[in-house]
Write a protein that binds this ligand. Structure first.
Ligand code: URA
Length: 433
């Protein structure tokens, strides 16, 4: 078999065989296929797509490129969740302990920030001492002991995705449906949970700004998950506006704690309740109402928050920070962005707002950059809010004073103010199952 022929076939819009797809995944992961040939194939896939069978084969080949985690030593029903990524999306920090507090086992591997989107692992590392890397035995033992472990992806989980993703990132081939499906589902299948809930984001802060594309993405991922024998569903949720009010690592930990105590922003709380409800539903097949009332109770009676405390202690984090959120380090500078006119916030370019948080130091602009855990944005006014000239729209937090003026300009550019109120948007669009 020759890689040249595989590229040519896809370039001409033809269907690839299982053998050809597996040859590419194996060869590229092992290093026998060079970046330039892999990049050419990815671009051909970007333009011509893949049919359902090709997408499934690619996903399974990528999942099997590394270790397939066997969760059979975990006693109980396992459940996992994956978001396609957004700004201010700290839902994993809330729903994982919430669902674990109800008795379901969450053995979760999460990612770091990607592009303008934040990552759960970076957020957890803002808690002094918290270990995001556990060996396999400790990972399993923790789940058996307290019902939850939240760690970073192990090096050998879908290594094909690691290489292919890095190449897509620099060859303008991220936004391809079969490539996103295979990237996400290879990791979820390899991570081993029987029940999987996907949170597919739609809007200006997501990788799928268009609802039709988000639904198509959700349908394909659910289909591939089912073919791999998993109990899976997807919820389509809004990412046209940042989720909650806090963007930035330790700021998001604080906000997650507020939601876990049922004192957080309404939008974030609502999305977390819906996601947790559907995770419990996947585990039990009970009615939506019954699952939801259990979830709401675990937020109201403190068991979800206590489970998060247990998780932090179990993974070596300093729980004093969770008990007293004021202990988190503060940035040297803070700056209020003021509204330049009266009106309504008509829209927010959420990707651009995510990029402002990167400028402030909350994420990486290059792979090797380190993160300033205390940097970020606190949003005071969001889409639909009526505002007056001079009112504080957001507060920027940073240790890089020189960046404040540019960050303010970029924030202002990202927020569109109009005399007219925008149409109200849905927070939860639909369930795909
Ligand atoms: N998240 C992933 O893990 N992969 C993608 O391709 C997009 C979002």
């Amino acid at each position: 078999m020759r890689m040249y022929d595989i590229i040519q076939q896809k370039r001409d819009g033809l269907v690839l065989s299982d053998e050809q797809i597996r040859y590419f995944v194996k060869g590229y992961t092992e290093g026998s296929i060079p970046d330039y040939q892999a990049a050419a194939l990815l671009m051909a896939i970007y333009f011509h797509g893949m049919n359902d069978h090709e997408t499934t084969t690619l996903t399974l080949a990528m999942a099997e490129s590394g270790e397939l985690i066997d969760l059979s030593s975990i006693n109980g029903i396992t459940v996992d969740k994956h978001s396609t990524g957004g700004v201010g999306d700290k839902t994993s920090l809330i729903i994982a302990p919430c669902v674990a507090a109800l008795g379901y086992k969450v053995a979760k591997m999460s990612g770091r920030g990607l592009g303008h989107t934040g990552g759960t692992v970076d957020k957890l590392e803002s808690i002094p001492g918290y270990r995001t890397s556990l060996d396999k035995q400790e990972f399993f033992d923790n789940v058996n002991k307290i019902g939850i472990a939240l760690v970073g992806q192990s090096g050998n989980l879908a290594p094909a995705d690691k290489k292919i993703y890095a190449l897509r990132d620099v060859t303008a081939t991220v936004g391809s449906l079969p490539l996103i499906v295979s990237s996400i589902m290879s990791k979820k299948i390899a991570a081993g949970s029987q029940n999987i809930l996907l949170d597919v984001k739609v809007g200006t802060g997501s990788f799928t700004p268009d609802l039709k594309d988000a639904v198509k993405l959700a349908e394909k991922m659910v289909e591939v998950g089912k073919l791999a024998g998993r109990n899976i569903a997807a919820l389509i949720t809004n990412m046209d506006v940042p989720l909650g009010k806090a963007i930035g690592n330790s700021m998001e930990i604080k906000e997650a704690c507020e939601v876990l105590k049922n004192q957080g922003p309404c939008d974030l709380t609502e999305v977390c309740v819906e996601l947790s409800t559907y995770m419990v539903w996947l585990c039990t097949n009970d009615s939506y109402e019954k699952c939801k009332s259990r979830v709401v109770q675990s937020l109201n009676n403190g068991t979800a928050f206590n489970k998060f405390r247990e998780l932090v202690i179990q993974q070596g984090g300093d729980v004093r920070y969770i008990d007293n959120l004021d202990l988190f380090e503060k940035t040297a500078f803070s700056y209020d962005v003021l509204a330049l006119e009266d009106g309504f916030i008509y829209s927010m370019n959420t990707t651009a707002i995510g990029e402002v948080s990167l400028m402030l130091g909350a994420g990486r602009e290059k792979k090797e950059d380190s993160i300033d855990y205390s940097a970020g944005i606190y949003i005071h006014a969001k889409t639909g809010d009526k505002i007056k000239r001079g009112q504080v729209l957001a507060t920027l937090y940073t240790n890089k004073k020189g960046i404040l003026h540019e960050a303010e300009n970029e924030y202002n550019k990202a927020v569109k103010i109009s005399k007219n109120a925008p149409k109200e948007q849905k927070l939860i669009y639909q369930l795909v199952k």
